[in-house]
Design a protein around this ligand. Structure first.
Ligand code: IVH
Length: 676
């Protein structure tokens, strides 16, 4: 017979553990240590083993594993929410504009007009209106899928719930920034470090009633999907936003010329602290929508916009030590350990020295008094040395010539195009034995853009490496969970959470998988190009035959550098073995071409000579948008050779020999128009 007080105690414990589960899994906010949680679970199990008839269906013993957070439903953005590339100085801006001018093949003196807008440091949101009614509100998420935070966004009074104006598009996503004013932040509980975190936390409250209590604001600045865009420019669109009832920034302004942008940036930087909200830079957007459309975007960011960050805060400190870190690609990065200083509210004790050349150029030495700068989310770096305060007996810093991790030879690559040696020295990892490189490779493997294993951060990789739990990527799928549970700070809950994340990561898109391998020169963009070309994992494995690697040179964007790097990767037996093991453990999904199939499908093109009005890069993206393919050799696989001004006669001759169709740019444009 179970007495009442025992039953009461048991039920109380069940209720408590489920409350902790809910807090942990649904609110990301555990109120109990792993130890206490495990203790509680143990007590429940003990009671149950003594009195099996007591078990209730809510017992953790009946609920194996835990469900993931389903706080908010994930919904795909109709148009991805991109991020912005950053610029820190005039040089970066000049490069940004030069690229645009080249891409659009504009006259060098063409004056681009920009819509300039303060970059509010908050949380972006996308609000869908159908026939003037607020239907759905999403967070940015990973840019492709956002979280459904409709109810929370509906509590923000700056966001209109209905818009009854004739010129408001029938179907549109309005995008902008949710934030908390500095004044309101000061009045809030001191639960958050800064207004941005507070806005993010408030917006993601499970209960919209909680969100409503927080004075969130919203400033609109762009659109995602739009049924019909009547504005011709971004600045016009911003005016429309205001007319439709959205708040827009009063600092939005049209500016032409880099010099003027820099001047405005400088002026703004002085007043930024007087504003009632955090601004971490100014966004410059090519104002003309037609030009924006032509420019398009790279993986994550548009070519037509950039965020010019405000310069960082800086402080003076002393170099105590110079450490050489070895990166995933073998790059030796010198890092100065400095006397801890507070820079803009953050204690900094490391500052990067970038590379060997940088140390030489600035003549940075041990014991030097240096100026350290920290800009937002960028790693702090040593800006300058105060040579006047240098001790008399200080010696020039000698950069190590051998890898500090494995002792093997290091080299600086010679760049054939620039005819210069690289500034970065690299470990050659001659026998593929460099531990640091392997460990950094693992960090990359589990990282956000690769396998994206939630909770498997850099520190955990280091810990598991030190404990010899992991040496190769596939070891991650063979981790002994019981052993992990015994490590300080780990318990049932965190282990099952980790296990869930690892299991989830086994199913992966081909392009992500290729990227995760960390092959030098194969970043996200190139991994995608290769995945699109190879389509499935079997074809990727076939690259172990060197002949198949050569075929990759048909992909526009994959050059000799990438080919050599892929060859080197596959020539290593270790890598081949890793691939084999990963294939056994993972489910690698075929490449899915999200693009609607255009009428140039299965057609290959090559260009020779200068094109009129558009650049090669733009012509290439036009062909690709319509599912055509660009190849870089005249061979039997080529369908069309497009000739511009002053074409290479050799190419034309070869095309004629192979009976390949030779067309003019106008003919290509006609094909594209038909396609569109
Ligand atoms: S435009 C493709 N405009 O900055 C254009 N973004 O790093 C992308 N942001 O996620 C957004 N003010 O949270 C744009 N006037 C502005 C902005 C702005 C702040 C934020 C936004 C975005 C991030 C991009």
């Amino acid at each position: 017979m179970i007495d009442d007080s025992l039953k009461k105690d048991y039920l109380y414990k069940i209720k408590l553990i489920n409350k902790h589960n809910k807090l942990y899994y649904e609110k990301n906010n555990s109120k109990v240590s792993d130890y206490d949680y495990d203790q509680l679970k143990k007590e429940i199990i003990e009671i149950e083993s003594k009195y099996p008839e007591i078990v209730v269906k809510e017992s953790p013993s009946l609920n194996v594993g835990f469900k993931p957070s389903k706080n908010f439903k994930k919904i795909s953005h109709k148009v991805p929410m991109l991020s912005l590339s950053n610029a820190f100085n005039e040089e970066d801006l000049k490069n940004f504009e030069k690229k645009i001018i080249n891409f659009l093949s504009l006259n060098k003196n063409f004056e681009i007009e920009y819509s300039t807008e303060p970059k509010i440091d908050g949380i972006s949101a996308s609000i869908k209106y159908e026939k003037g009614v607020f239907i759905k509100g999403l967070s940015r998420g990973d840019g492709i899928q956002g979280e459904d935070i409709t109810e929370n966004l509906k509590t923000i009074s700056d966001i209109p719930k209905t818009i009854n104006l004739n010129d408001f598009p029938k179907s549109i996503d309005i995008r902008g920034e949710v934030f908390i004013s500095k004044r309101d932040f000061k009045k809030m509980d001191k639960k958050f470090a800064n207004p941005r975190n507070a806005a993010s936390g408030s917006l993601r409250q499970k209960d919209p009633k909680e969100t409503k209590k927080i004075p969130l604001k919203f400033i609109a600045y762009t659109f995602g999907y739009i049924e019909e865009q009547k504005s011709k420019t971004q600045s016009d669109f911003l005016l429309n936003l205001k007319k439709w009832g959205f708040k827009t920034s009063k600092f939005n302004k049209k500016i032409k010329g880099i010099k003027n942008l820099v001047q405005y940036h400088k002026k703004f930087e002085e007043i930024r602290f007087d504003l009632d909200y955090d601004v971490d830079g100014i966004v410059y957007k090519v104002n003309n929508f037609d030009l924006q459309k032509r420019l398009g975007s790279v993986t994550n960011a548009p070519r037509w916009a950039i965020a010019h960050k405000f310069s960082a805060n800086s402080s003076i400190s002393k170099i105590l030590k110079i450490e050489i870190q070895v990166g995933r690609t073998g790059a030796l990065t010198p890092v100065a350990k400095i006397k801890p200083v507070n820079i803009g509210g953050v204690v900094v004790s490391n500052a990067t020295l970038h590379n060997e050349d940088e140390i030489q150029r600035k003549d940075i030495r041990l014991g030097d008094i240096v100026k350290v700068e920290r800009a937002g989310d960028v790693i702090p770096h040593v800006l300058s040395v105060n040579k006047g305060e240098r001790e008399k007996n200080s010696k020039k810093y000698i950069f190590p010539k051998l890898c500090p991790s494995c002792g093997s030879k290091t080299v600086k690559d010679f760049n054939e195009t620039t005819k210069k040696f690289d500034a970065v020295r690299r470990c050659l990892n001659e026998n593929f034995k460099c531990e640091k490189i392997a460990m950094e490779g693992l960090k990359h493997f589990v990282s956000k853009d690769a396998l994206n294993i939630d909770g498997f951060g850099k520190k955990i990789v280091e810990k598991f490496w030190d404990l010899k739990f992991i040496r190769f990527p596939h070891d991650i799928f063979d981790l002994d969970l019981e052993k992990i549970k015994k490590i300080d700070g780990w318990g049932d809950l965190s282990v099952s959470n980790l296990n869930y994340a690892i299991e989830k990561s086994k199913e992966i898109k081909l392009e992500r998988f290729i990227f995760s391998l960390g092959i030098r020169h194969i970043g996200q963009e190139n991994a995608k190009l290769i995945a699109r070309h190879l389509k499935n994992i079997d074809n990727f494995y076939k690259l172990s035959n060197e002949k198949n690697i050569e075929n990759l040179s048909n992909i526009d964007g994959i050059g000799d550098t990438q080919i050599q790097s892929i060859k080197l990767f596959f020539s290593n037996k270790n890598n081949q073995n890793i691939l084999k093991k990963l294939k056994e453990k993972m489910k690698i999904l075929d490449f899915i071409n999200n693009k609607i199939e255009g009428s140039l499908k299965n057609k290959t093109f090559m260009f020779t000579g200068k094109l009129k009005e558009i650049s090669r890069a733009e012509a290439k993206s036009l062909v690709e948008e319509n599912s055509g393919k660009i190849i870089s050799n005249v061979n039997s696989k080529l369908n069309y050779l497009v000739i511009g001004d002053k074409p290479t006669s050799k190419k034309i001759k070869k095309a004629q020999e192979l009976n390949i169709r030779i067309i003019s740019q106008d003919e290509l444009m006609k094909m594209l128009n038909q396609a569109g």
